[in-house]
Design a protein around this ligand. Structure first.
Ligand SMILES: [Ca+2]
Ligand SMILES: [Ca+2]
Ligand SMILES: [Ca+2]
Ligand SMILES: [Ca+2]
Length: 127
């Protein structure tokens, strides 16, 4: 279940503060809050909250227990992309055809935008 901004925004200023977010998603770190707060104004607007990266991170807290494997953990050679070899080393059941599905722009590597896509996370969850 995804919380809407109105569930999180207890003081009704139409933004989620770090404290408001932390109250709903127990364990969200300041670091993660800053990642979600794309324009760095110290509060999370609705578009920021509903972006795939924010939803992927927050859903992990919702499901409690299963940690999000970040792209940094997968990206062994530090080129900011996850290759099929890097991904299949972590997600051992990942097939080549599944990789082609999550490689949305077909450049044979997974960018962080592709990685944090909710469909990608669903595919990786199975592997
Ligand atoms: Ca608020
Ligand atoms: Ca913001
Ligand atoms: Ca890489
Ligand atoms: Ca790609």
């Amino acid at each position: 279940m995804v919380h809407g901004l109105s569930d999180i925004d207890t003081n009704n200023d139409r933004f989620a503060s770090e404290a408001e977010l932390g109250a709903v998603y127990n364990g969200v770190t300041s670091n993660e809050f800053r990642l979600i707060d794309l324009n760095n104004d110290g509060r999370v607007s609705a578009p920021e909250l509903y972006q795939p990266l924010a939803q992927a991170m927050l859903n992990r807290y919702e499901m409690s227990g299963r940690d999000l494997v970040t792209i940094m953990q997968v990206d062994v050679d530090d080129d900011a992309f996850a290759s099929y070899a890097e991904l299949s080393a972590v997600f051992t059941g990942l097939s080549r055809s599944e990789f082609d599905i999550i490689d949305i722009n077909g450049d044979n590597r997974i960018s962080s935008t592709e990685y944090y896509n909710s469909e990608t996370q669903e595919v990786l969850d199975k592997n």
